[in-house]
Design a protein around this ligand. Structure first.
Ligand SMILES: [Zn+2]
Length: 354
């Protein structure tokens, strides 16, 4: 049982506000004399039922945090802390999702809001050693025309270096809106070479996954766990080369599965899915990146299988081929190192002559 925090990996599903450290949130709340809901300070992960009421409770808590992010300084702090926390958990690459609309009123519009995030990502890359790239994510609870505006903005900052926009996403309640109405925004993004990275198949099942796949042409699916409910669909998703960003702690917190043991990671892997584990919103779910690999270990994956999961996260990332090759060799080195729990103890075996 090797140390999972030192397993090199890529983190492909993390939301900007949801990445915030709890200490940072408490600082911000104190500075603005805001009372935080008990869900933040009782020390427990959020647990809600997988229905509209549950989502509303999740969204209300999320909005409390988001409303405290009102300055450039705080935005920069969040990106840097997310990168530093990722670095401490073996992440080599962070693709962080943000909807700049939420912060636009405080910094002069969506363009400066995105520029602050991108500049912070570039700085955080230097300071943390983790490559930080950005996914601009539209929201299902806003009008699809807003998504087109965001897609055009994302395209202007598209690139493949850290500190650029590498993909376009769609987040918030999967049950909101008609998936096809975001098709035009995703076409704008895809035509400019951005990866298509919508959420799908967490709160809703195979039918929703089919809609997302058909309408938005995903490169990766945010979650996609419920694809497991339809083996033929899962096989088609795998054959189409669509990776899955699986976030076990998030699934349990949002009531999709009762407990971590119910997350169908095994089914996904048996069908050959390329799975990248992610934390989604550690601020609310109280579970960061390494914890997702711990959950995978608790589901029966041994170190070789966990290394393969880490490789999948790296392969599914939008990093350059040279970065990927370097990190993949670091995974090999992690696995080649002796397992501390099975290696013979040098003080009791071999060593000194009798
Ligand atoms: Zn998410």
């Amino acid at each position: 049982m090797r140390d999972l925090a030192s397993l090199p990996k890529a983190h492909l599903h993390l939301h900007f506000t949801g990445s915030m450290r709890l200490d940072t949130l408490v600082d911000l709340a104190q500075a603005s004399r805001t009372r935080l809901p008990s869900s933040f300070i009782d020390g427990d992960p959020l647990r809600v039922p997988a229905d509209h009421r549950g989502w509303f409770r999740f969204q209300r808590a999320y909005d409390t945090a988001r409303h405290l992010v009102t300055t450039e300084e705080v935005m920069r702090r969040i990106v840097l802390e997310a990168a530093l926390d990722d670095a401490a958990e073996g992440s080599r690459r962070l693709e962080i999702q943000v909807d700049p609309t939420s912060y636009a009123p405080f910094v002069g519009g969506i363009t400066p809001a995105l520029e602050i995030i991108l500049d912070s990502a570039q700085q955080a890359t230097i300071l943390s050693g983790v490559e930080v790239a950005v996914i601009v994510a539209a929201s299902r609870v806003r009008h699809p025309l807003d998504a087109r505006t965001l897609a055009r903005l994302a395209v202007r900052y598209a690139g493949d270096e850290p500190g650029t926009v590498v993909g376009f996403g769609l987040s918030n309640d999967e049950r909101a809106g008609h998936t096809a109405s975001w098709g035009p925004a995703f076409r704008i993004a895809r035509q400019a070479g951005l990866a298509s990275l919508p959420h799908g198949g967490e709160l809703l099942g195979p039918e929703h996954v089919r809609d997302v796949v058909n309408a938005l042409g995903p490169t990766r699916l945010g979650h996609g766990v419920r694809t497991s409910e339809d083996p033929a669909l899962l096989d088609a998703v795998v054959a189409a080369g669509i990776s899955l960003e699986v976030c076990p702690a998030s699934n349990v917190s949002l009531g999709v599965y009762h407990e971590p043991g119910d997350v169908p990671l095994g089914t996904l892997l048996e069908h050959g899915a390329q799975v990248a584990l992610g934390a989604d919103d550690p601020l609310l779910f109280r579970s960061r990146l390494t914890a997702q690999y711990e959950i995978a270990r608790s589901l029966g994956l041994d170190d070789a299988a966990l290394a393969e999961l880490a490789r999948a996260s790296i392969r599914a990332s939008l990093a350059s081929p040279s970065s990927k090759a370097r990190w993949l060799s670091e995974v090999d080195a992690w696995l080649a190192a002796p397992d501390p729990t099975t290696s013979p103890d040098p003080t009791t075996s071999g060593g000194a002559a009798p």
